[in-house]
Design a protein around this ligand. Structure first.
Ligand SMILES: *Cc1c(COP(=O)(O)O)cnc(C)c1O
Length: 413
């Protein structure tokens, strides 16, 4: 059969890869231990010679393994490891693949907690340089002989900057540097980082992939493009495996088994159910975000609108060339910041909450919440004004959202 479409593949995936009793989706396996009739099989699981076996749930269960297969298919990767949160996936990736004395180059525009994690890496002796990665020259200039990894997000929150994803991929390939792309905001429904040469892809499953705001999870997917046999930080124990498997094997053993941030089967199941409608939700929420962005851009009470689907966005062309849509994330500035509280309180549909990629529209004032700790100076340097609002568009009917914003913005004059 020719290659199937994204949604066909995701809704039939469990059945095709096999499930018990003909179940149409994977059951929830709650066992922590997995026993064997023959002790040779237990030994084989420990030594990795018996493929696909389980021994202790911290390293995976049949349910988390099914979700891993699903994410691998979505990203067209070679393999995936799931974690209890997106941050756990990012932490495990950094701590297992970087060593003291190594250098990491990252986009300056990354998720706040990832940025905070860079501080921890520095205390452990890993040098971190952050640059404006929208221009590949800045990334090139930051690379040193000890640079092991480049890290970027596809669309940054809240400013919606898009790095030169393809240009950075080319530089990393030429220089043998691991290229890690956080695909959370776009999700594989809009973009597969493998297409620009990513080595590893991170997804916070909590956001778009689950979509319902009912479970936390994270994943790291190996695209199969990177030659781990040439990467200096793989431990001898894992050199015995095929070159392609070494990176993910080290992340599973050191990052999941030893650090222990395992995803539970119950959460894996909840995420897998949400994932079935990924492409449908992302289509609707991206359409809503674009319509809202266009409405807001023309509104007298609004200053700048940050949305990669608008021609006014600096990386509009990049988004058009690489993404199937400009995503559900948009930010905008209320010209009269003093009216912010009244305007936001007047909105009836958007939920005043942090969080991203939900079926419900969520709204949050940026400066007094997620960027409060950063301080006024950092906010100014990052282009975050006092009147900035971040919106995660949901799947509501667009007329209802526009009507709601129209009435609330009357208070902004
Ligand atoms: C939310 C988020 C994360 C962290 O995911 P959690 O599941 O909340 O730990 C990482 N990266 C990006 C871009 C995010 O938006």
């Amino acid at each position: 059969m020719s290659k199937q479409g994204f949604t066909t593949d995701i809704v039939h995936g469990d059945r095709i890869t096999g499930s018990e009793h003909g179940g149409v989706h994977q059951p929830i396996h709650t066992s922590v231990q997995y026993g064997f009739e023959r002790v040779e099989d237990l030994i084989g699981v420990f030594q990795g010679t018996k493929k696909g076996g389980f021994n202790y749930a911290r390293q995976g269960t049949p349910t988390t393994a099914a979700l891993e297969r699903k994410i691998t298919r979505l990203e067209e990767g070679a393999g995936t490891i799931c974690f209890s949160t997106g941050m756990a996936a990012i932490t495990a990736t950094f701590l297992t693949l970087l060593r003291a004395g190594d250098h990491l180059v990252s986009s300056r525009y990354v998720f706040g907690n990832t940025n905070s994690l860079f501080g921890t890496l520095r205390t452990l002796g890993v040098e971190v340089t952050t640059v404006d990665a929208c221009d590949v020259e800045n990334v090139k200039n930051a690379i040193r002989p000890n640079t092991r990894m480049v890290f970027v997000e596809t669309i940054a929150n809240p400013g919606t900057q898009i790095p030169d994803l393809q240009g950075i991929g080319d530089v990393c390939r030429e220089r043998g540097i691991a290229y890690v792309v956080d695909n959370t905001i776009t999700s594989p429904a809009l973009f597969k980082p493998k297409a620009v040469g990513a080595s590893l892809v991170i997804n916070s499953l909590t956001k778009t992939i689950a979509g319902h705001g009912a479970a936390l999870g994270g994943a790291v997917t190996d695209t199969g493009l990177f030659d781990w046999s040439a990467y200096p930080n793989i431990a001898d124990d894992y050199r015995r495996s095929a070159a392609k498997e070494q990176g993910l094997l080290q992340i599973r053993k050191k990052g999941l088994r030893d650090m222990g941030a395992a995803l539970s089967s119950e959460q894996a199941h909840t995420i897998a159910m949400g994932a079935e409608t990924l492409a449908l939700r992302v289509k609707q929420s991206s359409d809503n975000a674009l319509a809202l962005a266009q409405f807001l851009e023309g509104h007298a009470a609004i200053g700048k609108v940050f949305y990669p689907g608008l021609k006014s966005h600096p990386q509009y062309e990049v988004a058009q060339a690489l993404f199937k849509g400009a995503s559900w994330l948009l930010s905008f500035e209320l010209l009269n910041a003093e009216r912010m509280i009244e305007v936001v309180n007047a909105l009836k549909l958007p939920i005043k909450a942090t969080g991203l990629g939900d079926t419900r529209t969520l709204i949050i004032p940026v400066a007094p919440t997620i960027f409060f700790e950063a301080g006024a100076e950092t906010r100014k340097a990052m282009g975050i004004s006092d009147g900035m609002l971040r919106l995660s568009a949901g799947i509501e009917d667009i007329d209802d959202l526009i009507e709601d914003f129209s009435q609330a913005l009357k208070l902004a004059a």
